[in-house]
Design a protein around this ligand. Structure first.
Ligand code: PGA
Length: 249
């Protein structure tokens, strides 16, 4: 049985004092959880949040990483910096990085390899746009993305990775994929992984759903057979709603 993994992507929200309040809020509501819980604050809050979550059920993740090791790359953050601050997870290829920073499957694949090479777990995001869904090419897009982002990974690396299916049209829009739509997409992604590797490998990969996950839809989404967790944006910014989603898992 795959464990449920709930990750909160804070995006560009929460300065240091707001970050402290949010983490303290989550810890005051939940003492332990059945699901694995990850918070991904902005870089400036990682160190502070690490001190608050250290030794607790909450694990630390970053929202992105550089493909470079060090040097003259203004504004970039390296994997060794993320490791040193206590990150265990790194989101790569979020649709906002694809959209605003023109990240490609190839670059995301390089980042995923970097993260795995450093012993951390990548949360690798894929998902179709509204236009692609309306054109009826969702399966084709998800197949291409899955193959692209996983290219060259060994089966044990893939088994360690988390894939996040996030339909772009559902992110921050309040429009959620129906549990059936999401489960169908997850089933397809798992099938592609099984063709690239094996069923045994595909069965081990955690596939999260992301896109307007809220306390009131989390339970139904998370009870689908192929949905192993959630990558939560907006609803993770309030301790009570994030805790409710964690409890739904
Ligand atoms: P949302 O964001 O929950 O606000 O839709 C999800 C995400 O972008 O990971």
């Amino acid at each position: 049985m795959r464990k449920k993994v709930i990750a909160g992507n804070w995006k560009m929200n929460n300065d240091i004092s707001q970050s402290i309040n949010l983490v303290k809020g989550i810890k005051s509501i939940l003492q332990s959880t059945k699901a694995d819980v990850i918070v991904c604050p902005p870089y400036t809050s990682l160190s502070t949040v690490q001190q608050l979550v250290n030794g607790s059920f909450i694990k630390l993740g970053a929202q992105d990483v550089s493909v470079q090791n060090d040097g003259a790359y203004t504004g970039e953050i390296s994997l060794s910096m993320l490791k040193a601050v206590g990150c265990e997870y790194v989101i790569v290829g979020h649709s906002e990085r694809r959209q605003y920073h023109k990240e490609t499957n190839e670059l995301i694949n390089t980042k995923a390899k970097k993260v795995l090479g450093g012993g951390l777990t990548p949360i690798i995001c894929i998902g179709e746009t509204l236009d692609e869904r309306e054109k009826g090419i969702t399966d084709q897009i998800l197949t291409t993305q899955t193959k692209g982002v996983l290219a060259g990974l060994t089966s044990s690396e893939v088994e360690k990775s988390i894939v996040a299916y996030e339909p772009v049209w559902a992110i921050g829009t309040g429009k959620t994929a129906t549990p059936q739509q999401a489960d169908d997409a997850h089933k397809l992604i798992r099938k592609v992984i099984s063709q690239l590797y094996s069923w045994a490998t595909a069965e081990k990969v955690i596939i999260q759903y992301g896109g307007s996950v809220k306390p009131d839809n989390a339970k139904e989404l998370l009870s689908q057979p192929n949905i192993d967790g959630a990558l939560v944006g907006g609803a993770c910014l309030k301790a009570d709603s994030f805790a409710a989603i964690i409890n739904a898992a």
